[in-house]
Ligand binder design. Structure first.
Ligand SMILES: C[S@@+](CC[C@H](N)C(=O)[O-])C[C@H]1O[C@@H](n2cnc3c(N)ncnc32)[C@H](O)[C@@H]1O
Length: 471
C-alpha cells in the first residue's frame, strides 16, 4: 500500500468516534466519516507504524443501514451530524458496539447494561455556538457550523435538525440583519473583521432563551452607515437587532440579548467585555426536579432531557447516599452534586472554571441545599487540601481527555469503596480504567447513554468497586 493509491472497499465497522474500518488485502485501513456497510472509494493519505489511513473520495454504494433521507439540507457537508441517514435504532446499536469493543479491550466480567436512548432524537440541543464566515472564498456572509474537515469554511445551518425551530429562526434573523447592513466577519488569517459567533441557549423545560452576539471591537466600518458618532450608530444597530429578535414568533421566550466583545486571536468563544442589551444574562433550566441557573458561558449538558437519563443512571450507580461524604470531581455547575445532596451528609464539588463554581453555589442555595461545598481549582491541586475530609464515594466527570494521571493516583489513594466515572470520550475512559484496575478497582457495571443523536458522540457511565485487600 502506498500513499496516493486509490482503493475501493466495504466499511466493515466504525470504531469510536468515526473511524471506518476497511480491509484491503488483509490490511486494515481507517477511512473516517463513513457508515458500516457502505462501499467507498478512498485514497491512502497516511501510513504510519503499519497503520494506513484513507481519505474518503466517494460513497459508491449506500449501506443497508441507511434507510432514510437526511433531515437537514446541509447533511454531509456540515461537520455537525454524521448519522442522519441511519435509523435511530441502528445508531444506538452501532454506538453500543463501539463502547463495548473499547471496554472489552481492558475489562472482563463486568455487567454491560446496554445503551439508553435520548428521549428526543431531534431538536434536543439546548445550546449552539454558531460561527460567522463564508462558505467559499469571497462568498456571501454565512452563519452556522464548520464545513466537515474545514477550519475556515462555514455552512449556514438555518434548518439544523438537532436544535428546535427557535434556534433556526434566531440564526436567520441575525444573519439577514448583519447581511443587510453589510457587516464583515472576522477573518482568522488576517485577524480583520467584525462578526465572530452567535451563541444561543434555550432551556428545554422553561423555554427561556439567551442570545449572545460575539464580535471584535473593530467597529470603524460603522461610520459609513450614518453621520452620527460611532457610539450612536453602534447603539442604533443593536437596538434594531433587538427589535427584530423580540418580534420573532418563537415557541420559547427570549429573556436576554447580549453583545460580547472578543478580540482574542484564538478561535474560542470568550468574553473580553459583555453588554446586556436586553433582559438578563442567564436562563433557568430544570433537571429531575431541581432548578439551575445557566449563564451564557458556563458548562451545562447540551441535551437537557438526555442529562436526566444520564444523571438518573449516575444516581443509581452511586446507590445509597444517606449520611455519606461524596466528592463530585469536575463538577461544572454542580448538577450531579446537587442531585446527590438531599440525603447525603456532605457533597464537595471541584471545578476549574470559577464562573461555573459561582453558578453551582448559587444553584445550591436556589435548591435549598446547605450541605454542598464547591471549590474552584484544578482537581490535581485541590485534592491535596481535601485529605482530612475522606470521602465515602467519588463521582468523576472529567473533560474529554480524561483525568490527569497524577490526579488519578491521588483519587485512588483515597481508597473509597465505590467510584462512578462518567465519560464523554470512551477512548480516554478505557485508558483511565486500565490504571484504576491495576490499582485495585473492579469495573462492575457499564452503561452507555446517547446524549447526542445523529452525531458520533456517546456518553458512558461506569460503576467501580474497590477489591478487598487492595489500595
Ligand atoms: C464533562 S464536564 C462535567 C460537568 C458536570 N459534571 C456536569 O455534568 O454538568 C467537565 C468539567 O470539568 C472541568 N475541568 C476541566 N479540567 C479540570 C481540572 N483540571 N480540574 C477541575 N475541573 C476541570 C470543566 O470546566 C468542566 O466543567
Amino acid at each position: 500500500m502506498k500513499k496516493g493509491q486509490v482503493y475501493e472497499g466495504l466499511v466493515e465497522r466504525v470504531d469510536f468516534p468515526n473511524k471506518g474500518i476497511v480491509i484491503i488485502n488483509d490490511e486494515k485501513v481507517i477511512v473516517k466519516n463513513t457508515i458500516p456497510g457502505q462501499k467507498v472509494s478512498f485514497s491512502i493519505n497516511k501510513i504510519r507504524k503499519g497503520r494506513a489511513e484513507g481519505r474518503l473520495l466517494e460513497v459508491l454504494e449506500k449501506s443497508p443501514l441507511e434507510t432514510r433521507d437526511a433531515a437537514c439540507k446541509s447533511f454531509g457537508s456540515c461537520g455537525g451530524c454524521s448519522y442522519q441517514t441511519m435509523s435511530y435504532e441502528n445508531q444506538l446499536e452501532m454506538k453500543k458496539e463501539q463502547v463495548v469493543r473499547l471496554i472489552n479491550q481492558v475489562c472482563r466480567d463486568y455487567n454491560f447494561e446496554g445503551m439508553l436512548a435520548s428521549p428526543k432524537e431531534w431538536g434536543y440541543r439546548n445550546k449552539m455556538e454558531f460561527s460567522f464566515g463564508d462558505e467559499y472564498k469571497e462568498g456571501p456572509l454565512a452563519l452556522g457550523l464548520h464545513k466537515r474537515g474545514s477550519f475556515y469554511d462555514i455552512i449556514t445551518v438555518d434548518d439544523c435538525a438537532i436544535v428546535d425551530t427557535d434556534f433556526n429562526k434566531i440564526l436567520s434573523c441575525v444573519l439577514n440583519y448583519f447581511t443587510e447592513i453589510g457587516a464583515s466577519y472576522y477573518h482568522k488569517m488576517s485577524q480583520k473583521g467584525y462578526l465572530r459567533h452567535l451563541l444561543v441557549r434555550k432551556a428545554t423545560k422553561t423555554g427561556e432563551i439567551l442570545v449572545n452576539v460575539v464580535t471584535t471591537s473593530q467597529e470603524d466600518w460603522m461610520s459609513d452607515l450614518d453621520n452620527k458618532s460611532l457610539t450612536e450608530i453602534q447603539i442604533d444597530i443593536y437596538k434594531k437587532l433587538e427589535e427584530q429578535l423580540l418580534s420573532l414568533e418563537l415557541q420559547g421566550t427570549i429573556v436576554g440579548i447580549m453583545h460580547t466583545y472578543n478580540d482574542s486571536v484564538a478561535d474560542v468563544v470568550q468574553s473580553d467585555r459583555m453588554i446586556i442589551l436586553y433582559g438578563r444574562d442567564y436562563i433557568y433550566e430544570e433537571l429531575l426536579g431541581l432548578k439551575f441557573k445557566i449563564s451564557t458561558f458556563s458548562f451545562f449538558q447540551t441535551n437537557s432531557l438526555g442529562a436526566e437519563v444520564l444523571y438518573s443512571k449516575v444516581r443509581e450507580y452511586v446507590g445509597e447516599t444517606k449520611d455519606k461524604n461524596i466528592f463530585d470531581l469536575y463538577s461544572g455547575t454542580g448538577t450531579i452534586a446537587q442531585l446527590l445532596a438531599p440525603v447525603a451528609r456532605k457533597v464537595t464539588g471541584v471545578e476549574i472554571v470559577e464562573e461555573a463554581v459561582a453558578a453551582a453555589k448559587e444553584n445550591a442555595s436556589l435548591n435549598g441545599l446547605s450541605n454542598c461545598e464547591f471549590i474552584a481549582g484544578d482537581v490535581l491541586k485541590v485534592i491535596d487540601s481535601l485529605k482530612e475530609d475522606k470521602p465515602d464515594l467519588i463521582v468523576l466527570d472529567p473533560p474529554r481527555d480524561g483525568i490527569h494521571p497524577k490526579a488519578l493516583d491521588k483519587i485512588i489513594d483515597f481508597g473509597v469503596e465505590r467510584i462512578v466515572y462518567i465519560s464523554c470520550k470512551p477512548t480516554s475512559l478505557v485508558r483511565d480504567l486500565e490504571i484504576l484496575q491495576e490499582k485495585g478497582y473492579k469495573v462492575e457495571k457499564v452503561c452507555a447513554v446517547d446524549m447526542f443523536p445523529e452525531t458520533v458522540h456517546v456518553e458512558t457511565v461506569v460503576m467501580m468497586s474497590r477489591e478487598k485487600n487492595q489500595v
